[in-house]
Design a protein around this ligand. Sequence first.
Ligand code: 13P
Length: 251
Amino acid sequence: MRRPMVAGNWKMHGTRASVAELTEGLSNLVLPSGVEVAVFPPALFINQVIDGLAGKEITVGAQNSAVQPEQGALTGEVAPEQLVEAGCKLVLIGHSERRQIIGETDEVLNRKFAAAQAKGLKPVLCIGETLEEREAGKTLEVVGRQLSSIIEAFGVKAFASAVIAYEPVWAIGTGLTATPQQAQDVHAAIRGQLAAEDAEVAAKVQLLYGGSVKAANAAELFGMPDIDGGLIGGASLNADEFGAICRAAGN
Ligand code: 13P
């Protein structure tokens, strides 16, 4: 059985004060046992959030990490080694905002993925198609290519210690959620692609859905057989809403 996971990607939101308030709200949540709960604050606030959540069963991750595992001369980046020392367990790799706005390529993302794993930081690989690609019938091709990039470079066993988040770009921050069936179809294809290489890895890997998940639609999405939880943007900035999404994953 795969453990459900609900993760909050705070993106570039927050001030010291708002982060303190959100962290306090998270500390007070009653979380369902059996659901892995994680948050990804901006790098600047990782220490603050880790301190604020001390003793709470919430994992903290980073939204990005460097292409090399160790600290060194790489201005503006944060090394996996440094994130691990701070107490991070997870890192988002390849969020569509970084692919599209920062221009991160599959090649760069492969290096980040490997650098993270080299230090025991578990990558959450984000993949997904744009609206244009979906309308052109290319969804499975695009998502398949993003996944193949890692498989070809490191082998399918790399996903024995990684998570995959399917986030259709057209559903991110738009209020347009994929229907549970649309999301399930892509999740099944992702698991099928992994299963063609290694059935055990495919059966165990957690596949999260992301894109306008909120408390009102979470249970329906998480009820699908290949959807093991969610990667939540906007709705994760409200502790009570996020808590309700976590509870939906526990049912
Ligand atoms: P929203 O939940 O705000 O649509 O964002 C999803 C997302 O990009 C999570 O990484």
